[in-house]
Design a protein around this ligand. Sequence first.
Ligand SMILES: NC(=O)c1ccc[n+]([C@@H]2O[C@H](COP(=O)([O-])OP(=O)(O)OC[C@H]3O[C@@H](n4cnc5c(N)ncnc54)[C@H](O)[C@@H]3O)[C@@H](O)[C@H]2O)c1
Length: 394
Amino acid sequence: MTTPQPRIALTRSSDPDTDWAARSMPLLTSTMNRVGPAFSGLRVGICLHLEPKTAVLCRWLLEYGAKVTITGNLGTTNPRTADLLAAQGAQVIGSREDDLTAHAINLDAVIEARPELILDNGGELIQRLTEGAVRSATFRGATEETTTGGTRVRNLPVQPDFPVIVINDSPLKLLVENEYGVGQSIVQGFMNATNRMLPALRAVVIGFGPCGKGVADTLRALGARVTVVEINPFRALEALMGGHHVASVAESLPQAEALFLSTGRARALSLDEIRLLPDGAIIAGVGHQPDEADIAGLTAAAVETVNLATSSDIDARIAYHLESGKEIVVLHGTKMINLTAARGNPIEAMDLGLSLQAASLAAIALGDAAFQGVEPVPSDINDSLAAALVDILQ
Ligand SMILES: NC(=O)c1ccc[n+]([C@@H]2O[C@H](COP(=O)([O-])OP(=O)(O)OC[C@H]3O[C@@H](n4cnc5c(N)ncnc54)[C@H](O)[C@@H]3O)[C@@H](O)[C@H]2O)c1
């Protein structure tokens, strides 16, 4: 492995997990040493999973003189990471326990800091700016990290009149993070939350995008019997040719011991479909949508709800008892199980994703982005980071 030589490195912090992540992020180190000066003195507003890897990017932004205001995505804020960034000078808003209402207030607070650059994960900050939220006179533009956020931003009634680079559109990100990174970390989260054995487990994955593919392939590699449900015929074919069983919701759910939601779509799984699951089935979330399954409907329909978790992790395993006598177990309210029950994506996957973020946001800061509106990552950024990653990994 050849590691690019940084001009400067991050000093040790009070959080060993952030320092551990930084050791395996050579691509971000070299990228920030190249583009970091573009952030000097700028206000950067961020909504991102607040955990050790993203903290490394925030530390680099602070190192190069940016003024950072950050809130986490719903349910994913790591308190130690939040404390570290606050101690290093970032304005950190919100906590892991925040519900949707509190999360909305947190996002408003990031906008009120009048950022000149926005780094978004879910599109909710960008949405606020298109809905007329007051912005800085020197506002330059935004990046958006994820699939769901890219879809949200492209479907806004009023399109952004400023540059937005959608990181998720990068084929490099889809391969390294969504497929390989999410595949490993979601399965790790499921194993941590359940301690169940994977060989012979009957697993159903709904949605065979890069994330669902990664999850299905990882489960199968570890011995699970995997069925894929996919409405796009090309992706269904890809699943089939990749060796998975492919079936409809109606055919697959009655056998599902574990169900993984990877559509990224709101209300992809109805209450009637949840009722098809066998007694004891477990539902885990992969996608970014908090209401991918109708958990509100399940809660209302349950004759009894039992918390199967320890008091320190209140919503980790909730059992819903239905009139039919079935018990359905939901992990972490279907929040992304790799963030809630594991340590998020593997460090190397985030090294790449956050390097794409840094290089794209710097292009916007410098006015290099020769466009207005929503665009994919410029090809020169994709190509140079892909080449650097090959050098690092081989
Ligand atoms: N947990 C994480 O760390 C993490 C990381 C990256 C992305 N994500 C999120 O994971 C989700 C999936 O990402 P992706 O890149 O694979 O998205 P994608 O949009 O490429 O794939 C989703 C797939 O689901 C299918 N689908 C949609 N509705 C369906 C339904 N009702 N039944 C069956 N199939 C259906 C679509 O046809 C598509 O193939 C998104 O919400 C994304 O934001 C999570």
